[in-house]
Write a protein that binds this ligand. Structure first.
Ligand code: HEC
Length: 110
């Protein structure tokens, strides 16, 4: 029992099902590049539009330059309506009702 608990604690937490929405475009393994969307490996606590390996829209770069940082709160607003947080962003709206809170919790724990 104790060994099993230790094993579970050491294993990376599997992505929640709603992350399937994201991985059609985004990567999560930091070494993965060349995808249609920026890598989300280190996203929580990072300035918007700041990965050097992704060609962001001018809108996303401007948002980062203007001080937008990805926190639970800013992610929640952005995922609910990307264009309302970053007007002109290349990221489209997710399907209505997509359970993004699970995804945010999981990203924040990584
Ligand atoms: C259809 C493709 C697509 C899907 C699906 C998608 N995104 Fe995105 N996302 C993008 C693109 C493209 C950008 C870059 C936007 C820009 O440069 O304006 C982006 C940008 C982002 C950013 C800003 C990253 C940064 O480096 O500043 C976050 C955070 C983000 N997406 C989270 C998510 C999450 C979480 C999901 C799943 C719930 C998701 N996205 C689903 C295409 C997608």
């Amino acid at each position: 029992m104790i060994a099993a608990a230790l094993l579970l604690a050491a294993a990376p937490t599997p992505a929640p099902p709603a992350f399937n929405y994201c991985i059609s475009c985004h990567g999560i393994d930091g070494a993965e590049t060349g995808l249609p969307a920026p890598n989300l490996h280190d996203v929580v606590g990072r300035r918007a539009g700041s990965r050097p390996d992704f060609d962001y829209s001018p809108a996303m770069r401007a948002a980062g330059a203007g001080g937008l940082v990805w926190t639970r709160e800013t992610l929640k607003s952005f995922l609910a309506n990307p264009d309302a947080v970053v007007p002109g962003t290349a990221m489209q709206r997710l399907p209505p009702g997509a359970p993004v809170d699970d995804v945010i919790d999981w990203l924040a724990r990584r």
